[in-house]
Design a protein. Structure first.
Length: 227
């Protein structure tokens, strides 16, 4: 298996791209989603229907808390199949990734929509109990099951799942955790899992994050070969 060279995150640059706390207009989060999905209408693809421009994109944590989460994710993923995925996610969607309290590798039981789960976004129960986003608390956690992935090139396969689950977190941030969960279940009943608009948006984002990782790996290979 080839050994990839990983470059450290530029902390000051990353911090500069994080927004200040409190409510932000939908365009703020929409901009991050546009980067993640690589399309001009991120709210339409992520939410299943275009979101009103007045809809708030919740910023639950302070800039310092978001940066701390980002640094923890990078540190925890170092030397694992998650490393490159976390680096790419920090580049593409730092605001969303900073609202995730934990990204871990974990065996996921056979309970997913497909009979198994590559990964899962677990919303923070406190938001669900409050029927709305609670300031000062992360949006949730992400778990990735490495045993369900093809680890021939782990960064690519795991990266697609990280992008997918990160988009579900963004959907919850855009719509509100409790409302998103209810809307997701309704969409499943109406369209089925494979045609669920929330899943289609997450699939698109996962693919795009995977492509960014591929570009990063190619850039590193070129740098090594030029030495």
């Amino acid at each position: 298996m080839p050994k990839y060279v990983y470059h450290p995150i530029d902390i000051p640059e990353l911090a500069s791209r994080l927004p200040e706390p409190l409510q932000k207009p939908a365009g703020q989060l929409g901009g991050f989603l546009e980067q993640l999905l690589g399309i001009n209408d991120p709210t339409g693809s992520v939410m299943g229907a275009a979101a009103p421009t007045a809809m708030p994109a919740v910023t639950l944590l302070s800039k310092g808390q978001m940066l701390e989460n980002l640094l923890n994710h990078v540190k925890d993923a170092e030397g694992t199949p998650l490393q490159k995925a976390v680096e790419a996610a920090a580049e593409k969607a730092p605001h969303v990734l900073g609202h995730i309290s934990e990204i871990k590798q974990d065996y996921l039981p056979m309970t997913g929509q497909l009979g198994f789960s590559y990964g899962v976004f677990r919303g923070n129960p406190a938001h669900m109990r409050a029927a709305g986003a609670v300031k000062g608390l992360p949006i949730g956690k992400i778990a990735i099951d490495p045993t369900a992935h093809d680890l021939t090139i782990p960064a690519l396969d795991v990266g697609e799942t990280v992008g997918h689950e990160l988009t579900h977190a963004a959907q919850a941030m855009m719509k509100g955790p409790a409302k998103w969960d209810a809307a997701y279940q309704t969409a499943n009943e109406l369209h089925g899992y494979h045609a669920n608009p929330y899943e289609l948006g997450a699939n698109k984002a996962g693919y795009n994050l995977q492509q960014r990782i591929r570009e990063m790996l190619m850039e590193e290979m070129k740098k090594r070969s030029s030495k």
